[in-house]
Write a protein that binds this ligand. Structure first.
Ligand code: AHG
Ligand code: MN
Ligand code: MN
Length: 306
C-alpha cells in the first residue's frame, strides 16, 4: 500500500493528506542536496547554534515549498526566529526541525526532518496568537529519515506506521504497520558526566543495574527511530548549567513524543508527560526521556525521590 492509499483510509481531511504527501516528497530534493551542502555556516540559529549548510538549505527549501502549496497557515521552524504567516484561510499549521542531527552530516550517519501538524493554528486562539498549543494537540506528526533507505514514520492519531521510498515507482510504500515499541535494554544520553544532575545520575545507575547498553548517535530522530525496533530510552536531560536541556519542545520533543506515545511508549521531562506542557515560546527547550513506557515510569519514580 502506498502512502496516499493509507491516508485515504484514515479520517484525515483531504487538505491534510495533500500536505503530508507534499512534505513527504521533499525527502528526495533534501536527500539530493547533501553532497553539495557539506560545510558549516558562520550563521547561528535562534538557539544560538552554528548552522550547517544543510540546515539552512533544508529550511529554505521547505519554507519555499510550503508557502507555495497554499495549504499552510503558519510555519514555525527551528531555524527561524519567528513564526512565518502564510495562507490565512489554510486549515493547517506546521512546526519543523528541517534537519535534525546536523553534527552527523559530515559523517554520513542518519539524519532526518521532523514535522508536526496542528489543525488551524499553532496557537490556541488564532486571532489573539498568545498561547501556543501543546504536543497533545497535534493532529499529525512524522519524520523523514535519510538512512540507507529513505523512511517516513507517521502518526495521524491512528497508531504508527512506517513507509519506505521506492525510487522506481516514486512512492512511499508501507513498510511496517502498527508499530509498537518493546521494553528494550538500551539507552543513549546527551550531555557529559560533569554536567549531569543527581537525578539523572540515579537514572544512569538504574540503566547500569539493568545491564542496558549504550546507543547514542547524535541524531535525536535516528536514535528515536531505533527505539521503535529495539525499545529502550533516548534522553537529553536537564544539565547543571542548562536546566531545560538542549532539545526543543515544539520542533523535536513534541512530534517525536507524539509518535512514540502512539506506538505505546511514553515521554517525560522526569516529572510529567512533555506532551502536556504549554509552551511559553516557540524555541522553548525541555529535558526529555523518551522510549519504552515501563522504563519511563521507573524514571519518573526515580525523579520523585529528588
Ligand atoms: P539539530 O541537529 O537539529 O540541532 O539537533 C541536534 C540535537 C539532537 O538531534 C541530538 O540528539 C542532540 O542535539 C545531540 O547533541 P550533542 O551533540 O550535545 O550530544
Ligand atoms: Mn534537532
Ligand atoms: Mn535542526
Amino acid at each position: 500500500m502506498d502512502l496516499l492509499s493509507y491516508l485515504r483510509q484514515t479520517p484525515c481531511h483531504d487538505e491534510l493528506i495533500a500536505l503530508i504527501l507534499y512534505i513527504a516528497h521533499q525527502a528526495l530534493p533534501i536527500r539530493n542536496a547533501f553532497p553539495s551542502n557539506q560545510m558549516a555556516k558562520t550563521t547561528k540559529n535562534a538557539s544560538g547554534e552554528t548552522q550547517a549548510a544543510m540546515d539552512v538549505w533544508a529550511d529554505q527549501h521547505l519554507i519555499d515549498e510550503l508557502r507555495r502549496t497554499g495549504l499552510v497557515k503558519e510555519l514555525a521552524s527551528e531555524e527561524q526566529d519567528d513564526v512565518l504567516f502564510f495562507e490565512e484561510d489554510a486549515l493547517y499549521s506546521v512546526v519543523m526541525d528541517p534537519l535534525d542531527g546536523s553534527s552527523l552530516i559530515a559523517t554520513n550517519l542518519s539524519v532526518g526532518t521532523i514535522i508536526g501538524i496542528y489543525a488551524d493554528s499553532i496557537y490556541t486562539d488564532s486571532v489573539l496568537r498568545e498561547e501556543l498549543k501543546k504536543g497533545e494537540d497535534l493532529v499529525a506528526a512524522f519524520y523523514l529519515l535519510y538512512g540507507p533507505m529513505t523512511t517516513l514514520v507517521l502518526s495521524v492519531g491512528d497508531g504508527v506506521h512506517s513507509f519506505i521510498y521506492h525510487e522506481k515507482v516514486g512512492e512511499f510504500q508501507l513498510f511496517h504497520e502498527n508499530i509498537t515499541i518493546p521494553d528494550g535494554t538500551q539507552y543513549g544520553s546527551g550531555g557529559t558526566r560533569d554536567e549531569w544532575i543527581p537525578a539523572h545520575m540515579s537514572v544512569l545507575e538504574y540503566f547500569n543495574e539493568h545491564h542496558f547498553k549504550v546507543r547514542y548517535s547524535g541524531s535525536f530522530v535516528a536514535d528515536c527511530h531505533q527505539l521503535l525496533t529495539y525499545g529502550g530510552i533516548y534522553t537529553y536531560p536537564a544539565l547543571k548549567k542548562k536546566p531545560k536541556g538542549k532539545l526543543r519542545l515544539l520542533f523535536e520533543v513534541n512530534p517525536l513524543g507524539y509518535i512514540i506515545t502512539q506506538a505505546g511508549g511514553a515521554v517525560t521531562d522526569g516529572y510529567k508527560d512533555t506532551l502536556t506542557i504549554v509552551p511559553t515560546e516557540i524555541h522553548e527547550k525541555t529535558p526529555v526521556y523518551i522510549g519504552s513506557k515501563g522504563i519511563i515510569q521507573d524514571i519518573e519514580r526515580i525523579y520523585r525521590e529528588f
